[in-house]
Design a protein around this ligand. Sequence first.
Ligand SMILES: *Cc1c(COP(=O)(O)O)cnc(C)c1O
Length: 397
Amino acid sequence: MTLSHGRPYLAIPGPSVMPDRVLNAMHRAAPNIYEGALVDMVAGLVPDLKAVARTKGHAAIYIANGHGAWEAAASNTVRPGDKVLVLSTGRFATGWSEVFARLGARMQVIDFGKQSPIDLARAETALAADTGHEIKAVVAVHIDTSTSVKNDVPGLRAVLDKLGHPALLMIDCIASLAVDPFEMDAWGVDVMVAASQKGLMTPPGLGFVFFNDKAAARQPETASFYWDWTPRAKPDFFYQYFGGTAPTHHLFALREALDMIAEEGGIEAVWARHEKLARAAWAAFEAWGQGGPLEMNIADPALRSHAVTALRLDGDNGTRLRRWVEEKAGLTLGIGLGMAEPGSPEADRFFRMGHMGHINAHMLMGALGVIESGFEALGIPYGPGALNAAAKVIAEA
Ligand SMILES: *Cc1c(COP(=O)(O)O)cnc(C)c1O
């Protein structure tokens, strides 16, 4: 029998769980895109979005997913032949580097593996060797959603400042915006990319590029007409925000999501909720791992994202567990990404649990409860006390 009939929980980790309020905000007749409610609303939306990104810089909005935001950011910052240093800690840094490479950049990629953050000393050595300042951009992912590692962004800025290196610091916050603390201006980030469907709880389809004056001043003449961030950030006419027709319904959805963030108590409250829920999940994973094969990919809690946790089991138990909790209990966990060759037997060990966006304590505890049911049903050994350990973290709230 299946016990999955009820409200599903998509924990893959993104798209994340979407609030009914956000979905309902989209349920309306097509608005006028020349004047009226939509046009008025967007004027207030952009400052609120920048506040979540913790920047007083510029924001460009694209009708795109995260890959589109990647390409927009790359198109506005590098020319063919420019050198780009990518500090890779998982599949997503690799993905962004492929975008720069296709635009003709000369790539220098340092790979820190799948279980470690950026080693700042190695980044410093690479940048110090670049005495001619050929490297035009240093590219990293704040939270790599494949490995669930968190990188030290202010540390990277400190390295660039110490060396007096003028490269732009470009950060992917697609998984971390409105989840893990991030301070664009205070941390000295020049360009940041994000998307609607993770911490911002809005359907996939909006990509964001935030940039400061330093990055704006370096825009190459090769920036393509469509990706050009200037008219989007400083439009003379409403259509220029979006390079054409506005993503009308997504904008109402995003407005609602930003209102929900404000009602929760602002972005700090949202960060605090995600931290607490992540700690509860880790307490359970830790306890299960004491008596069985479950392991978190990132050993040090200080280096783990609050958005998603990458996990491993043995044999094909990662896939078996995912299938069981989805079919029997209505919980969809994420596949392992970038950890093993897709389709290989090794890939069946890995899975991820998203704990970002519109989730609360009862959803998290329910998800953990049915994962334990899955272990029971599938005969996967696990240590005792996991749900109690998670309950204790929640009880401290
Ligand atoms: C999800 C994600 C992406 C890719 O976003 P798409 O919308 O799938 O293009 C890129 N980077 C990170 C860190 C992500 O989590």
